[in-house]
Design a protein around this ligand. Structure first.
Ligand code: XIL
Length: 399
């Protein structure tokens, strides 16, 4: 089903990631609390009734789709001058609960965060998110297991044999996936495993053969480790849907073609791959990925689910830092276009935006000068992008 037509002129941009220092208290697994919210934040969560949240996005989302967001915490938030959003901002929790029916830990399940030292797991914050989701009838997307970035230093700097490295990855995947068995709907098993287009126009795995940051597991153990990661995750939680996830794959092109081939190969080998996910970190200075729907459809035709997992739409802010009406309108159009692509594909069942409030967005710290990439201003006022999603969902669901 296609909802209206739109003129689109923008496209995805690749984003360079840098590891972020870890400054979270480390809890042994056995001491992990069920929910780390400060009592005051949690108590206010159900009482407070912010404006315009009675019919949040989740109330108008079609039954065969979940509308999700990242749950702020860890990563760039640790350097910020505000208190931890998820545990200390009651308004944040209220909006999180009322607007969304899926949540993705923004950093709290990444290796450097959840497994910062050998044999030490920091499950507390992830446990709290999963518990919150269950209380509010929300799905959880696990993010992420095999990734070159935000990997613990003890893994990248350690002097391990290939066999040891393989065992480290296997133990990590079985432990993290196993802990949340039956409680996580989708896992981003492999994240950003292809490097951006190389000089010769080709796309390669992050195997150390290009200038791109290598994925140490692929570099040392070969591409077969990707299939193994999926197999281990599947054994640890046979019900979870297992995904490949990346940026700059929205359009049909060399990078998404590489994934299309890999997906076919993995499926032919009987690897438990269930979906392909589009991060969709978009930027108004590039054309809209016009072939997104077609691209999603070809993965759907392979029998895979598709998902939008990290949508945000950045642009260069005017000098006064205040977005213009035109920028906000273009941004709304872009959010809507990505949602429409998802709605047009049968098995695009999960649509996640990467945060919902500009105050907590990762964009300004990673792309200085750019920002305002989410659907709400810092005071939670809804932007045109929010209403574009709301209307498009309502139209699709008939609510
Ligand atoms: C980002 C987080 O939003 C930041 O808090 C963190 O500092 C860096 O990572 N692709 C991904 C996400 O798969 O995990 C990244 O999240 C954004 C790009």
């Amino acid at each position: 089903m296609r909802f209206g037509s739109r003129v689109a002129t923008r496209c995805a941009v690749g984003v360079a990631l840098v590891p972020v220092a870890l400054s979270t208290a480390v809890l042994p697994a056995s001491a992990a609390p069920q929910d780390q919210a400060a009592p005051s934040a949690q108590a206010q969560e159900d009482r407070s009734s912010g404006p315009a949240i009675r019919n949040g996005l989740r109330t108008v989302t079609p039954d065969d789709l979940v509308i999700g967001t990242a749950v702020a915490g860890g990563g760039h938030h640790e350097e910020a001058d505000y208190p931890d959003p998820f545990t200390r901002d009651p308004r944040y929790r209220k909006v999180l609960a009322t607007e969304f029916d899926s949540v993705s830990p923004e950093n709290q399940m990444k290796w450097e965060f959840i497994h910062p030292e050998p044999g030490v797991y920091n499950f507390g914050p992830a446990d709290a998110i999963v518990a919150f989701a269950e209380r509010h009838g929300q799905e959880v997307r696990g993010h992420t297991l095999l990734w070159h970035s935000q990997l613990a230093e003890w893994v990248t700097e350690g002097d391990y044999t290939d066999e040891e490295l393989r065992a480290i990855l296997e133990e990590h995947i079985r432990t993290v996936v196993g802990r949340y068995k039956g409680r996580i709907d989708q896992w981003d098993v492999a994240n950003e495993i292809f490097a951006d287009t190389w000089d010769d126009g080709g796309v390669r795995l992050r195997d150390g053969s290009t200038g791109a940051t290598a994925n140490v597991f692929i570099e040392r153990l070969g591409p077969g480790i990707i299939a193994d990661a999926f197999r281990w995750a599947h054994e640890a939680d046979p019900e979870a849907k297992l995904f490949l996830n990346d940026y700059a794959v929205e359009d049909i092109g060399p990078k998404s073609d590489a994934y299309y081939e890999l997906a076919q190969q993995l499926l032919a080998e009987g690897v438990p791959l269930h979906g392909f996910a589009f991060q969709a970190h978009l930027d108004l200075q590039f054309p809209f990925p016009e072939t997104l729907d077609e691209n999603m459809q070809r993965f759907d035709d392979l029998g895979l689910e598709t998902a939008v997992t990290e949508l945000d739409v950045r642009f260069t802010l005017p000098e006064d830092g205040v977005p213009t009406a035109e920028q906000l309108a273009e941004q709304a159009d872009t959010y809507q276009g990505v949602l429409e692509a998802c709605l047009s594909v049968d098995e695009c069942n999960s649509f996640t935006i990467w945060g919902f409030n500009d105050k907590y967005s990762w964009v300004p710290s990673f792309s200085p000068g750019q920002g305002a990439a989410t659907v709400m201003f810092e005071d939670y006022e809804r932007k045109p992008a929010y209403w574009a999603l709301h209307e498009t969902l309502a139209e699709a669901s008939g609510r």
